[in-house]
Design a protein around this ligand. Structure first.
Ligand code: ADP
Ligand code: MG
Ligand code: MG
Ligand code: MG
Ligand code: MG
Ligand code: MG
Length: 650
């Protein structure tokens, strides 16, 4: 999340009048960015991570664990009276969708390979917040999903249901869980209003002996004429039903941003990482339960995708749930309604091209574009853009702005990027191509340049794991940028989309095969197991990326496994990062999702009915807290990481 624009957010009926205005001016802003920054060269490989945490209250006497909603003043303090401390420790804290959430990044980006420092900085971030929360009895956990989100009493608020939740109108989430900055409730309400219905996510329920055949928490209420009738129509048998933005945007993830030396290298990097995204979604699976139910999937992605899906029924090529109320079918929203196959939160849609390995045929999926934007970007006298890049932006610009601030309607397109960012930052794809600003001229090295953000990964409980995944992807990125002349990572986009779907399946790491290159210096794909994707000599990530870059850097002579005998602490720690990822890929170690699922299935309170009672939830959060602090009292850490890694961590 960048800095929040301040001002008065407009509600949808007013805001939508500015849709074309925002798009039109956003595109002019983008052209001025390209005019200014296209010539940048030799920008260093700066990078950084983002970690999202949940504040939780764990009550040992009552054996209950809830989200701490009313401690958001801590985030405020971190950005006011504590800025000195934060700067001294190179940490920065940001608001997130949930009022119980905190996002943290390094204040200044890393430069190149920093091994130990990444984890150290993550530790500093945690320590700073912990020191503030300790006195309040609040725990900071980097948990992907709060497992009883939306169940009775899942927060520390006592009076959240004595009034109506008009922003989300959810049957389960009170509006108080939403960040209090006006942008967030407005975003929630505007998505719902534009869609013409509440959002609707049906996640397959894990089927056990006594699992009910449908989600029995669905009910009809009489607060809101339309929305309160939707539940029984929208929910599907055999699925967990969720009905508001918070179920998705209230999840936590790990994101990484990398700066490329030039705009062309940024495009190449983006394209090359496209098929890494589904693989690393599955590899980092950490979400086995939603809304108090065990799910038959391991990741959060499609929940967030549904949670911000603002498409009308017409755009989704479906009928409204309640045609008697939503009779326009959403067609009347604009003059030229179109069918839109995917949510604005979804896998990457288009390769950016701009290099010799790229072939337009790799973009083989149905991706609608804004024709007017496509034409303007290619023919103008500011910066005529090539077709492939123009196509990417003209796809992003099929979307409407979701929140427009009254005070920010009129902007100077040569100096502001707000309108562009409005559309850009509400296209939530597995990767984000981040252009700089109009200030980022080639001479102005103080300004960030062209960046690529890697966004699919689930967050992990420990800093050790999050640092492992961050460093791993860093090495892949360094390898790609170093050997960009001979690594060809393109696979047909349709196969990437299939991989995204496969990545959602329970135990995908163990049981599924994914489309993957047969080699990175030739064309062609085939389906491979996770072990092969990571270790196959011709196409595995370890031999083709990790070993290659480690040899190039002079860390090893041929294989990453040599790091184990290193006397340099940075190299030794790197070995254990790589070992963790290798062992999870081969199934020698469980994913977080598998580990938590097993804990639930084996809990004495579990009744083989897929339900997470509040006692199971409490015990699971206690476990999460012990793992977070590398506490092996019960031998859990050893089962989670294996003997060898635990020995090292000690
Ligand atoms: P967003 O939420 O828009 O993705 P954040 O500011 O939360 O952005 O996070 C961006 C990440 O990028 C942070 O880890 C930050 O340290 C890092 N970063 C900052 N400047 C650069 C840069 N020039 N190149 C690469 N990464 C950068
Ligand atoms: Mg975030
Ligand atoms: Mg952020
Ligand atoms: Mg963000
Ligand atoms: Mg308070
Ligand atoms: Mg981000």
């Amino acid at each position: 999340m960048g800095l929040l624009s301040l001002g008065t957010p407009l509600e949808w009926p007013e805001s939508r009048q500015y849709n074309d205005h925002v798009r039109k001016n956003g595109i002019e802003q983008l052209l001025y960015i390209f005019l200014a920054a296209n010539g940048r060269k030799n920008d260093p490989l700066l990078w950084g991570d983002e970690i999202e945490y949940m504040m939780c209250k764990i009550d040992d006497a009552g054996r209950n664990a809830v989200l701490a909603v009313d401690d958001d003043d801590v985030l405020c303090a971190l950005n006011t009276e504590d800025v000195g401390v934060c700067q001294a420790h190179n940490t920065s804290f940001h608001p997130e969708y949930g009022r119980y959430m905190i996002e943290a990044t390094p204040a200044r980006p890393y430069t190149g390979f920093m091994s130990n420092y990444v984890e150290e900085n993550m530790g500093e971030r945690r320590a700073i917040v912990d020191s503030k929360l300790e006195k309040r009895g609040v725990e900071l956990l980097s948990l992907a999903v709060f497992p009883r989100m939306g169940c009775p009493g899942f927060t520390d608020l006592s009076e959240s249901w004595d009034h109506h939740n008009s922003a989300s109108r959810s049957l389960y989430l009170p509006d108080e869980i939403i960040n209090r900055h006006a942008r967030f409730p407005t975003l929630t309400a505007n998505i719902r209003t534009r869609r013409g219905e509440k959002v609707c996510m049906n996640v397959p329920m894990y089927k056990d002996k006594r699992t009910p055949d449908h989600d029995d928490t669905v009910f009809v209420r009489d607060w809101f004429t339309i929305e309160d009738k939707e539940g029984p129509l929208a929910s599907k048998p055999g699925h967990i039903y969720m009905d508001s933005m918070g179920f998705g945007m209230g999840c936590s993830c790990l994101q990484l941003t990398f700066q490329a030396p030039t705009v062309d290298k940024a495009r190449y990097l983006y394209d090359s990482l496209v098929n890494f995204a589904p693989i690393f979604l599955a590899a980092t699976a950490a979400s086995p339960a939603f809304k108090g139910w065990l799910a038959d999937q391991d990741v959060r992605w499609n929940v967030i995708s549904g949670a911000v899906d603002d498409r009308t029924p017409y755009e989704r090529s479906t009928e409204p749930l309640l045609p008697e109320y939503n009779n326009g079918n959403g067609k009347s929203l604009n003059e030229h309604p179109m069918r839109i196959p995917k949510s604005r939160y979804s896998a990457v849609d288009l390769y950016l091209g701009g290099n010799s390995f790229f072939d337009r045929e790799f973009n083989d999926t149905d991706v609608p574009v804004n024709q007017e934007v496509l034409e303007r970007l290619q023919s103008n006298d500011i910066f005529p853009m090539d077709f492939d890049l123009a196509r990417h932006f003209s796809h992003l610009f099929i979307r409407d702005p979701l929140v427009v601030f009254q005070e920010r309607v009129d902007q100077d397109n040569k100096h502001s990027t707000d309108h562009f960012e409005n559309i850009q930052s509400t296209n939530w794809q597995t990767l984000r191509f981040k252009p700089p600003t109009q200030e980022a001229t080639p001479e102005n090295k103080k300004c960030p340049g062209w960046r690529v953000e890697f966004r699919p990964m689930e967050i992990h409980l420990t800093d050790f794991e999050n640092a492992a995944y961050a460093n791993f992807i860093y090495l892949v990125v360094e390898c790609l940028l170093t050997f960009s002349d001979d690594i060809n990572a393109y696979v047909p986009m349709s196969e990437v989309w299939k991989n995204m779907e496969i990545a959602h399946r329970r135990d995908a790491v163990l049981d599924e095969e994914f489309y993957w290159k047969i080699g990175f210096n030739k064309e062609g794909t085939r389906k491979l197991s996770f072990t092969e994707i990571f270790h196959h000599p011709e196409s595995g990530i370890f031999p083709q990326f990790i070993d290659r870059i480690l040899v190039h850097k002079g860390f090893v002579s041929s294989s990453w496994t040599e790091l184990k005998n290193s006397r340099q602490s940075a190299h030794l720690r790197l070995y254990y990062y790589l070992k963790l990822i290798s062992d999870r890929a081969t199934g020698a170690l469980p994913t977080t999702a598998r580990f938590l699922r097993d804990f639930i299935l084996n809990h004495p309170d579990y009744k083989e009915d897929s339900r997470l009672t509040s006692v199971i939830n409490y015990d699971m959060l206690k476990l999460a807290s012990r793992l977070t602090h590398l506490d092996d009292t019960n031998g859990e850490l050893t089962r989670f990481f294996g003997e060898e890694i635990v020995q090292f961590l000690r």
